[in-house]
Design a protein around this ligand. Structure first.
Ligand SMILES: [Cu+2]
Length: 482
């Protein structure tokens, strides 16, 4: 009896001792208030997708941040204009990089040409409104306030002027990083990416200057969901890059205003994720959830070359609303890690097994050649909806900066044999379609000569194209000419 009392007493004491130790650890942020600052420094601010130099071992400082608000017209996607409200002239706004214990003197400048007052709420601030109450600034004015960075992490900042949702929807958000003492571990490449949803009077793709649509925003029916403020901000020539063997850190935020992001990189696994931008690290992650008004630090090593597609895995947003970016990795292939296509076999479930069929010459049993133009169109449409639709879209309109249009395509219409070749063999490298450059990959389509004739006849006789008829003989001629 006595002994067990003693044991209980002892373990309670031990627990108290342990918890008081844990308490110590968790009050790190209070200690940060006492970190002394020496000297002043003007903060380096960068536009997305770039980030300022790491803080490394530098001591805490009085860090002067000068952030200018600009209301300016930009392009949401080809032919679609939008008036963005910005911190620093970009969406997302300039990246701010600090370390724990810095005393940030924030200068918020509202350009005299702007029409509206704005302010800033930084989630890294401990204080009323995250700074919003002290920073409300009219056009042609500058407000100054100061705060000490107490908690390390990656934080969102945004405008909080009424109607708050509208200011955020127009692009008023960005990221501020507070590095821990000694800095984050160094990596080879760092990039800044932020998702946002946009609501326009016209439907997705409707041309001209599109005003903000409050009702759609309230209903959370986004016309555009994009990375870095516009469709294609991170694709083609704007893709972020790395070399095989390098480590990459993405500072990913979500401005919202309405939607959460299921952030994923096709063909990569995140080695480490600072969940919600905080201290907790999860490893070996496929998709990380980034709340509206939240962030994550995502780290991985790139092991093989190729184009890796960044998406919001709420996948219609990626392929139909713009939430698609690219990471282009150059370097040596490693067939151990990824083989590439080894064989293309025909699989016949009723047959004796898998038969090797190196090319598409042979005709799949079920296929019957079309007897008339109408039948070619009908079969062609079926083939289109099964194979081409996913990339080139229902009306052949394509996806800006990713998949070229087939509708009214000058590239398609200029040369039938070349187009047959594209479907037969696939296509890589830079091409120009209707004045826009594409530099991507179309894989070889496994279709028979008849199917290729039908699908191209359908494409040529749809969406304002040149109405050519493609026959099996024409396809075979191209096939045998190489
Ligand atoms: Cu604002």
């Amino acid at each position: 009896m006595k002994q067990s009392n003693f044991i209980i007493g002892f373990s309670i004491a031990a627990m108290l001792f342990l918890t008081s130790c844990l308490d110590k650890k968790e009050t790190v942020s209070d200690d940060a208030a006492d970190i002394p600052v020496n000297r002043e420094m003007l903060a380096e601010l960068t536009s997305p997708p770039h980030v300022p130099t790491p803080v490394g071992k530098r001591k805490a400082k009085k860090l002067i941040v000068k952030m200018e608000i600009l209301e300016k017209e930009g392009e949401m996607t080809d032919g679609v204009k939008y008036v963005y409200w910005t911190f620093g002239g970009t969406v997302p706004g300039s990246f701010i990089r600090t370390r724990v214990g810095d005393e940030v003197e924030f200068h918020l400048q509202n350009h005299p040409d702007n029409k509206l007052p704005h302010n800033i709420d930084l989630h890294a601030v401990t204080g009323p409104g995250g700074g919003a109450e002290s920073s409300f600034v009219a056009p042609g004015h500058e407000k100054v306030f100061s705060f000490k960075t107490l908690n390390p992490g990656l934080y969102v900042y945004h405008c909080a002027t009424a109607p708050v949702g509208m200011h955020i929807a127009n692009g008023m958000y960005g990221l501020i990083l507070v590095e821990p003492e000694g800095g984050l571990p160094l990596v080879d490449k760092e990039y800044y990416i932020m998702q946002g949803d946009f609501y326009t009077k016209g439907a997705n793709g409707e041309r001209g200057l599109q005003p903000f649509d409050m009702q759609k925003a309230i209903d959370e029916k986004a016309d555009y969901v994009v990375f870095n403020g516009k469709v294609g901000a991170l694709t083609g020539d704007n893709a972020i890059t790395a070399k095989v063997g390098e480590t990459v850190r993405l500072f990913v935020g979500n401005g919202g205003p309405g939607l959460v992001s299921s952030f994923h990189v096709i063909g990569e696994i995140f080695d480490r994720v600072h969940i919600e931008g905080g201290d907790l690290i999860n490893e070996n992650v496929q998709t990380t959830l980034i709340p509206a008004g939240g962030a994550a630090m995502v780290e991985f090593r790139v092991d093989v070359p190729g184009t890796f597609i960044l998406v919001d895995h709420s996948i219609f947003r990626a392929f139909n609303k713009g939430a698609l970016g690219m990471l282009k990795v150059e370097g040596e292939e490693d067939k151990k890690i990824y083989s590439g296509e080894i064989r293309d076999d025909i699989y016949l479930p009723e047959g004796p097994g898998i038969q090797t069929m190196p090319t598409t010459d042979e005709i799949v049993a079920s296929e019957i050649p079309a007897k008339s133009f109408e039948e070619q169109m009908e079969f062609g449409k079926q083939a289109y909806m099964q194979t081409c639709f996913a990339c080139h879209q229902a009306e052949g309109q394509g996806v800006p900066n990713a998949f070229p249009p087939l509708a009214k395509s000058d590239y398609l219409n200029a040369d039938v044999d070349r187009s047959i070749g594209v479907v037969l063999n696939g296509l890589t490298g830079e091409i120009t379609v209707n004045g826009q450059k594409y530099n991507s990959v179309m894989t070889r389509q496994t279709l028979s000569s008849d199917e290729i004739a039908n699908v191209l006849t359908y494409v040529y006789n749809s969406w304002g194209n040149s109405k050519k008829v493609v026959t099996k003989a024409m396809v075979d001629k191209v096939k045998n000419s190489k």
